[in-house]
Design a binder for this molecule. Structure first.
Ligand code: IVH
Length: 724
C-alpha cells in the first residue's frame, strides 16, 4: 500500500477502533466480536509497523465512568499482547530466550548473562486444586511434529492458564483485610467499586494469614458463569430491555452498577492470578504465587499448567482448548507467562516509559482461540411473545453444526439489532459461538444475498393477537400491550405451572395449550378450578391421567410461598429473589402489604427489582389476581422457621475445598445456607467445619493444622439429614 493510502487507512482504523473501544470499555455494548476487533487491530499494527512516520497506538481502553470515585493504582495495570497464531507464540518464545540471556536454537551464542536459579521442581503443581492432566512438561502428548523436540534443561518454565473473559480488577488488602477494589480504568487510575466487589460470594474479605503483607494489590478477573448470564439476560429480555451480548459485557455492566444490592442479586465471581504493588516479596514464581494466593483462601484458576519450553506450552494450550467448552465460564484463550519472576523483571515491558495502558509485559502472551463460527441460511424470522409481552425476533436457521451442537435458531434480540445488522429472510449469515452457549448472528454474508431479498419489516401488530405493538419505555423492545394476548397467557400459565414455580406435574406447555384452546383455562386461578370431569373429554380413557393431574394441582395449592411469588412472573423476580422475599415477607398478605422501605431492606433485592415489584403490587388487576388465587384455595406454605432440627448449621461457618463427588459447589452452598449456615472462602479459627472433596489442597491442610473438624460428603449429608 502506498504511503498516503496507508496513512488514510491507519486514520480510519484508529477512529473505528476508538469507536469500538468506547462501546466495549465504557458502555459494555460492543458491536463487533473480539475476534473482529483483533483483526482490525492487527491490520493497524501491521500498517503502523510499515509506516514508521506514523506513531503507533495500542488498544487504549478506559472503563472509567460517571458516578464513581477515582482511585490511582499503586502499580499500573498493563494490557497483554495477544495472538491467534502458533508461529507468533513461537516468536514470543524466541524473544524470551533472548531477553533472558538464553541461546535461541540455531543462533549464535548470546553474551552470557547470570541467570537466576531455576524454580525448584518441587514447586510444580503445589496447588489447592491440581491441574486435570499430567504435566505436559513431563509427558508431552503433542500430536504435532514428528517426535516433539525434548526441551533442554535451559528452556524456561512457562505457566499456561485460561484467559478468563471477564473484567480486570485490582484488590488492595491492607494488613490482610480487603480495603479497596478498583477497575483497570486507564491503567493508571480506575473507578473504586469496593462496595460492589464486597458482594462477590467467593471473595474472602480477609487473607487467611497470621502475618499478611502490610499492603498488597492483588489482580484478577471478575466474571459471570454462563448459567447466571443466561438467567439475568432472560429477565432483561422479559423486561423489554436490551440483553447483554455476552457474559463479559454483563459482568462489566454489573461491576459498574450504582446499587450494590442489585449487584449482590447477580452471582458475580472472581478469580485472582497476579500481583500489582506489594510491600513484601510474595513469591519467586507464577506457580508459587498461585499457591500463595490459594493458601490465603483466595479463589485461583482451577486449570493451570507449569511446563518447560514452548512445545510443552503449546501442548498445554491444546489440552486447555479441549477442556474449555466444559468450563462454566467464558474463556477466550490461554495466557502463557514466564514462570520465574526474576526473569519476568529482566524481560520487562513493551512500551516502557509510556503510561501503563500502553505497556504490555514481554514475559506474557495471550494465545486466543478463534471463535467457532459457521455460515448458514436464515429460513425465516419469527417473533416470540414473552409472558410480559416483550417481542423477541428469532432467526430460524438452516440447521448447522457449531462447536459440537446443531444450531437451528439464534436470537436476534430486538428490532434495532435486526436493523443494525440488516438481517433479511433468505440471507446467509455468519453465526458464532464464543465462550457463551447461545449462538449469535454476527453479520450477513452480503455477496451471498439473493437479489430478491427484501429488508425485514418488524411487525407493527402482535403476531398472536394482532394488537398494535408499543415500544417499551426506555428500552429497545416492542411489546404487545394486550394482557389477554393468548401467547402471553400461554407463557404465563406455563411458567406458573413449571418445575421452577408451582411444579405441577403433567401441566407442561403442550397441556396448557390444549386447555387454553379448549377454553378450560384463561387465567392462573382457572388452573385450580379444573375438575376431572372437564378433562375426560380431552383424552380417550383418560381417567387415571385426569385424576393424577387434579391431584397434582391440589398439592400445588400448598406450594412453597417462594414458588408462588416466582410463578407470578414479576419482572426481574427470579427464584433467588422470590426466596429472599418469602423469607422476609412470609405470607401473601405481608407480600401484598410490602412498601418500598420493606422491599429495599431485603438483602438481594436491589432498587430496580424493588421498583418492578412495587409497580406489580400497585396494579389493581394483579391484586385481584392474588385475591382470586386465595379464593380458589391457594394457601402457600411459608418458609419454615429455622429450628435446631431444620437448621442444624445455624451459627456455623463452613469452608468448601476440592471437588465433592456428588454435589456441585452451588448445591453444597445452597444446602449449607438452607440449614442456617454460612459459607466462607477462607479457613480461620472461626471456621466450624471444612467440607472437603477430592483434590482438596491447602485449605484442608490449614484446617488440619488449626484442628478444625473436616467433613466429607457422606458425613455432611448425614449432618443435614432430617432428624426426629
Ligand atoms: S495476566 C500484565 N492472566 O486478560 C497483565 N490476565 O487481554 C497480566 N485476563 O489484562 C495479566 N485471564 O484482564 C492474566 N489468567 C489470566 C487472565 C488475564 C484474563 C485478562 C486480564 C488482562 C487481559 C488481557
Amino acid at each position: 500500500m502506498s504511503s498516503p493510502s496507508a496513512a488514510a487507512r491507519i486514520a480510519q482504523l484508529r477512529s473505528e477502533l476508538a469507536h469500538h473501544d468506547e462501546l466495549y470499555y465504557r458502555q459494555a455494548r460492543p458491536e463487533i466480536s473480539d475476534f473482529e476487533y483483533d483483526l482490525l487491530k492487527k491490520e493497524l499494527e501491521a500498517l503502523e509497523a510499515s509506516q514508521p512516520a506514523v506513531a503507533s497506538s495500542a488498544r487504549i481502553g478506559d472503563d472509567r465512568s460517571e458516578g464513581f470515585v477515582r482511585a490511582r493504582h499503586l502499580q499500573g495495570m498493563t494490557t497483554l499482547d495477544n495472538t491467534y497464531d502458533e508461529a507468533e507464540l513461537r516468536e514470543f518464545h524466541t524473544r524470551i530466550l533472548k531477553l533472558t540471556g538464553r541461546k535461541p536454537a540455531g543462533s549464535a551464542a548470546e553474551p552470557s548473562v547470570e541467570l537466576p536459579p531455576p524454580a525448584p521442581e518441587g514447586m510444580l503443581f503445589a496447588f489447592d486444586t491440581p491441574p486435570p492432566a499430567p504435566a505436559a512438561a513431563t509427558k508431552p502428548t503433542s500430536p504435532s511434529p514428528p517426535a516433539a523436540p525434548q526441551p533442554s534443561a535451559d528452556e524456561p518454565l512457562y505457566t499456561v492458564e485460561p484467559k478468563v473473559d471477564g473484567v480486570a480488577i485490582s484488590l488492595t488488602y491492607t494488613e490482610g483485610r480487603l480495603t479497596r477494589a478498583v477497575t483497570r480504568g486507564d491503567g493508571e487510575e480506575g473507578d473504586e467499586v469496593t462496595a460492589n466487589v464486597r458482594t462477590i460470594r467467593n471473595l474472602p474479605q480477609s487473607l487467611s494469614d497470621a502475618t499478611p503483607p502490610p499492603l498488597i494489590e492483588i489482580r484478577g478477573e471478575i466474571f459471570l458463569r454462563n448459567e447466571e448470564f443466561q438467567r439475568i439476560n432472560r429477565l432483561q429480555e422479559e423486561a423489554g430491555l436490551e440483553p447483554y451480548a455476552n457474559p463479559r459485557n454483563l459482568t462489566a455492566g454489573t461491576v459498574k452498577l450504582l446499587d450494590s444490592a442489585e449487584v449482590a442479586s447477580r452471582g458475580l465471581e472472581i478469580v485472582l492470578y497476579g500481583i500489582g504493588h506489594s510491600d513484601t516479596a510474595v513469591a519467586e514464581t507464577q506457580t508459587g504465587l498461585r499457591a500463595r494466593l490459594a493458601a490465603w483462601g483466595l479463589p485461583v484458576l482451577p486449570h493451570f499448567w507449569t511446563v518447560r519450553g514452548i512445545d510443552a506450552a503449546l501442548t498445554a494450550i491444546r489440552e486447555l482448548d479441549a477442556l474449555r467448552h466444559g468450563f462454566p465460564f467464558a474463556t477466550d484463550g490461554a495466557v502463557v507467562k514466564l514462570d520465574n519472576m526474576a526473569e519476568q523483571r529482566r524481560a520487562g515491558f513493551r512500551g516502557e516509559g509510556q503510561s501503563a495502558r500502553k505497556l504490555s509485559p514481554r514475559w506474557a502472551c495471550a494465545y486466543k482461540f478463534a471463535p467457532d463460527r459457521a455460515e448458514t441460511l436464515v429460513r425465516d424470522i419469527t417473533i416470540q411473545v414473552g409472558r410480559t409481552g416483550a417481542l423477541t425476533p428469532v432467526a430460524e436457521l438452516e440447521p448447522v453444526l457449531l462447536a459440537g451442537t446443531t444450531v437451528r435458531r439464534a436470537t436476534l434480540h430486538n428490532a434495532d439489532e435486526i436493523a443494525r445488522k440488516d438481517v433479511r429472510i433468505g440471507d446467509t449469515v455468519l453465526i458464532e459461538k464464543a465462550g457463551e452457549i447461545i449462538p449469535a448472528v454476527i453479520s450477513v454474508v452480503l455477496p451471498k444475498r439473493p437479489p430478491t431479498c427484501a429488508a425485514y419489516v418488524f411487525p407493527t401488530a402482535c403476531p398472536a393477537c394482532q394488537t398494535p405493538v408499543v415500544r417499551v419505555e426506555g428500552g429497545v423492545a416492542w411489546r404487545c400491550p394486550n394482557p389477554d394476548c393468548p401467547e402471553q397467557l400461554l407463557r404465563r400459565l406455563t411458567h406458573f405451572a413449571s418445575k421452577a414455580c408451582l411444579d405441577i406435574e403433567g401441566l407442561g406447555e403442550e397441556m396448557v395449550a390444549l386447555f387454553v384452546s379448549n377454553k378450560l383455562i384463561r387465567t392462573l386461578p382457572d388452573i385450580f378450578r379444573l375438575r376431572a370431569a372437564d378433562l375426560l373429554p380431552l383424552k380417550k380413557s383418560g381417567e387415571v391421567w385426569a385424576a393424577k393431574l387434579i391431584a397434582a394441582i391440589d398439592t400445588a395449592r400448598r406450594a412453597d410461598l417462594w414458588r408462588v411469588i416466582h410463578g407470578l412472573g414479576i419482572t426481574q423476580v427470579g427464584a433467588a429473589s422470590a426466596k429472599d422475599l418469602a423469607r422476609r415477607l412470609p405470607s401473601l398478605e405481608l407480600f401484598l402489604a410490602a412498601d418500598e422501605l420493606a422491599l429495599m431492606s431485603i438483602s438481594g433485592i436491589g432498587e430496580r427489582t424493588a421498583a418492578f415489584i412495587l409497580e406489580w403490587l400497585r396494579n389493581d388487576s394483579n391484586r385481584r389476581l392474588l385475591a382470586e388465587l386465595q379464593a380458589v384455595g391457594l394457601t402457600p406454605t411459608p418458609p419454615a422457621a429455622p429450628t435446631a432440627a431444620t437448621a442444624p448449621l445455624t451459627g456455623k461457618t463452613l469452608v468448601l475445598t476440592g471437588t465433592l463427588p456428588g454435589l456441585s459447589r452451588e448445591q453444597a452452598t445452597e444446602m449449607i445456607e438452607a440449614a442456617g449456615g454460612k459459607v466462607s472462602g477462607s479457613v480461620s479459627k472461626k471456621t466450624s467445619y471444612v467440607l472437603a472433596g477430592e483434590e482438596a489442597g491447602s485449605k484442608l491442610e490449614k484446617a488440619q493444622s488449626l484442628g478444625i473438624p473436616i467433613l466429607y460428603e457422606a458425613a455432611f449429608r448425614a449432618l443435614l439429614a432430617p432428624r426426629e
